[in-house]
Write a protein that binds this ligand. Structure first.
Ligand code: DGT
Ligand code: CA
Ligand code: CA
Length: 515
């Protein structure tokens, strides 16, 4: 459900981007007026649209805007905005978050210097070029420089897989200190989110200030931001932020729950507790000012009438309702995996050693009797896709969709392929905007399997995974390995499908016989 302020935000963001593009001022003003009307309205636009109310009766909303608002309410997205975001360089969009820089000034900067990144903006602010623009005084330049610095710190996100090693190393380092009883990494890292903004570490220890002193001496600490009595923050040499917090043993469960998040999940839990006359915070669960829970997460959930919810599910995407009506998924585990249906032929020995019962190989011809081998071929699905071009022998075709093509082409390819994989580049924030609703329905009907690549930067979004599963699509989690090490990438695929609510029964390579 989209709230009024979300609708307003999408419309005013559209106005900003149109202004950067230099579009017609009247058009831009129309978006801003509509955004204001919605933001300040006491009526729920979601409801108005569903009741079929004529939106053009409202001030500032004409025929076009009425259509746009309906689109936002019914789909949760605004296609015009999505399109603009693709057209306008991300760096210019990021600049909107800098205090003192609005769309007008960003356009001015772009027109004068053609810069599109924060780095270049910083360079031009420092070397005196920006001063040359009318109305860019020294105060504004200072503001811009400060804004760039803040944005860069706040904006950096790391792939989960890229912080795994360091996270485990810090944990081990802290556990070595005398008097440290528990070290637990909470936050998005514990929820196994594909990217993490920072690490949130909880410690239960006898003497926290001593632990903090030891913590800030960790070999990769570059900058100590703060080191207090219960909380310390540092930056590592790769700019990763780490928050360390002291927690008492009695409230460990409540703290772990609070700092694991997500924020949206926490807010829902707190609302539930309030309705039951209770209070939940990072110290415990309270009823009439009496502490009734807090030592373990289990206790916290129980106190508010819920069952334990796995961290990967804590995103306020229906996990609380699912717990209440006993339909939480029994999530798949790494140990359930019986084979890997997309690897290099050179890795078959290693796959046998891992205990796999079968593999799919992309290259070579191998015959063995200690492991079942399927021969697969990957082929790109595009306008020119033509099965007759493939003259090698194979058991299964893997169709790869790398760009936004017409749904029709993908549906047609389903006659030929057994697997489909969709491109994504998490770091570059690139993902395909396709009609997945239709695609997944057809995949389920035709028994086409969704290939989940485990490469940390190419993981398909958990929201899509969840919707595919709901439609009845089966998954194949593959390492796509080219090297020994990459065979273990499967664990990242497992993390992601768990976030997409996958059970072992949804995954074909959790079966003894995948087909
Ligand atoms: P990240 O670091 O951006 O990948 O995401 P998180 O989820 O690790 O977020 P972070 O580091 O800002 O905070 C860690 C957890 O602390 C978060 O998941 C939930 C909790 N938390 C933080 N701020 C709030 C808040 O304002 N309200 C509530 N209820 N919880 C919060
Ligand atoms: Ca965090
Ligand atoms: Ca944090």
């Amino acid at each position: 459900m989209v709230t009024n302020s979300e609708i307003a935000k999408m419309l005013s963001q559209t106005a900003d981007l149109l202004e950067i593009k230099g579009e017609n001022p009247f058009k831009i003003r129309a978006y801003r007026n509509a955004a204001r009307t919605i933001e300040n309205s006491s009526k729920d636009f979601n409801k108005l649209v569903k009741e079929g109310f004529d939106l053009t009766k409202l001030p500032g909303i004409g025929n076009d805007l009425s259509t746009y608002i309906k689109e936002i309410v019914t789909t949760g997205k605004f296609s015009k905005l999505e399109k603009l975001k693709k057209e306008i360089p991300q760096g210019l969009v990021d600049m909107l978050a800098i205090e003192g820089l609005g769309p007008k000034r960003i356009k001015q900067i772009y027109d004068a210097f053609h810069i599109t990144s924060l780095e270049d903006l910083k360079k031009y602010a420092e070397n005196g070029e920006l001063d040359k623009l009318p109305s860019f005084g020294p105060t504004l330049i200072q503001k811009i420089l400060k804004g760039v610095k803040q944005l860069k710190k706040a904006g950096i996100r790391f792939l989960w897989a890229d912080v795994e090693e360091i996270a485990e190393d810090i944990k081990e380092y802290l556990l070595k200190f005398p008097g440290v009883e528990i070290v637990k990494i909470a936050g998005s890292y514990r929820r196994r989110k594909e990217t993490v903004g920072d690490l949130d570490i909880l410690v239960v220890a006898e003497d926290y200030p001593k632990v903090s002193e030891y913590f800030i001496k960790y070999k990769r600490v570059k900058e100590v931001h703060s080191a207090g009595l219960t909380r310390s923050t540092v930056f590592l040499d790769n700019d990763l932020q780490i928050d360390l917090r002291a927690v008492s043993k009695e409230s460990y469960g409540a703290a772990l729950h609070y700092f694991t998040g997500s924020k949206a999940h926490n807010i829902e839990i707190r609302k539930m507790a309030i309705e039951m006359g209770m209070k939940v915070n990072e110290y415990g669960v309270y009823k009439e000012n009496k502490r009734i829970a807090g030592k373990s997460e289990d206790e916290v959930y129980k106190a508010v009438g819920l069952c334990y919810i796995e961290p990967e599910l804590r995103e306020n995407r229906g996990e609380i309702e699912a717990c209440l009506n006993n339909s939480l998924p029994d999530l798949i585990n790494l140990g359930d995996i019986k084979g890997d249906l997309n690897i290099n032929a050179s890795l078959v020995d290693k796959a046998v050693k891992k205990g796999y019962k079968y593999v799919g190989i992309r290259d070579g011809e191998i015959k063995r009797d200690d492991i079942k081998i399927y021969k697969i071929i990957e082929t790109e699905i595009n306008k020119n896709f033509n099965i007759s071009d493939i003259n090698k022998k194979y058991d299964f075709l893997v169709g790869i969709v790398n760009e936004e093509i017409e749904t029709e082409i993908i549906l047609k390819a389903m006659e030929k392929v057994k697997f489909l994989r969709f491109f994504r580049d998490i770091k570059a924030k690139k993902e395909l905007n396709l009609d997945f609703e239709t695609i997944f329905s057809q995949m389920a009907k035709k028994n086409i399997i969704l290939e989940i690549p485990s490469t940390p930067n190419a993981l398909i979004s958990e929201v899509l995974i969840k919707s595919a599963i709901q439609k009845g699509v089966k998954l194949s989690i593959v390492s796509a390995a080219k090297t020994d090490k990459e065979l273990d990438f499967i664990k990242y695929g497992i993390n992601q499908v768990r976030r997409g609510w996958a059970e072992a029964k949804d995954v074909i390579n959790a079966r003894n016989n995948p087909f």
